[in-house]
Design a protein around this ligand. Structure first.
Ligand code: CA
Length: 232
């Protein structure tokens, strides 16, 4: 699930954006004040920040600059009430990824958000396609689709590899069984929990030393699984 921060002081707009972002399977946090917005933007990790320019206390331009100054490269979509071309360019020069001029249609908003997510996914995919991941004693060659544990080759099925690769690429992120099924299998059907569980169990039996205390693939009880993000 993607996390989105909406910094917007007009409640009607932020409520509307929240509804539609939730429809896009996003977890939404809202701030109606620039100071609160900036604090949230730099203290938590998001997949997207939607940032109004005219805000109480600290304006959106200042927030954007502060975020970038801290080398936080979260995508930022600016909302501006001013339509002058200069303002648009200015918005992009401060490090925002895209902008929308108010009033905008929800359809336009969703299109922009989806485009940003697609770009992020494409970059991540490219990055993960090009590297050999080393996590603990585990080495994942994403191009050759080869996995070794203590330099010993591990034979994985295609789905086991895809599961491992997906989770290892996003350490610390909890995936529900439904999300794993949708991403790795690409569809949904009855009994999915069993399918995911049995694949995870087989994968674990191949890479985990202690099945009662898995080092790599951890269980989030009642939710799903996550890849250990505290390994070197
Ligand atoms: Ca405003």
């Amino acid at each position: 699930m993607r996390k989105v921060l909406v910094v917007e002081d007009e409640k009607e707009i932020s409520d509307l954006l929240e509804i539609h972002l939730t429809d896009l399977n996003c977890e939404v946090k809202k701030a109606n004040d620039g100071k609160i917005g900036l604090d949230l933007a730099i203290s938590e990790k998001y997949d997207l920040i939607v940032l109004d320019i005219m805000l109480p206390n600290i304006d959106g331009i200042e927030i954007c600059k502060e975020v970038r100054k801290r080398e936080i490269y979260v995508p930022i979509l600016m909302l501006t009430a001013k339509s002058e071309e200069f303002d648009k360019v200015f918005g992009l020069e401060i490090g925002a990824d895209d902008y929308l001029t108010k009033p905008f249609s929800i359809r336009e908003f969703i299109a922009r958000v989806k485009a940003i997510f697609r770009r992020v996914d494409a970059v991540q995919k490219k990055e993960s396609n090009n590297k050999i991941m080393q996590i603990g004693e585990l080495k994942i060659d994403t191009q050759k689709r080869r996995v070794t544990l203590n330099d010993e080759r591990i034979d994985l099925t295609q789905k086991e590899f895809d599961l491992l690769h997906l989770m290892a690429s996003h350490p610390g992120r909890t995936y529900t069984r439904e999300q794993l099924l949708n991403t790795v299998w690409g569809y949904q059907y009855n009994g999915y929990e069993h399918t995911v569980n049995s694949h995870i169990n087989r994968l674990r039996s191949k890479i985990e030393e202690d099945l009662s205390n898995p080092k790599y693939i951890r269980t989030s009880w009642g939710v799903g699984y996550w890849f250990n993000d505290s390994l070197e």
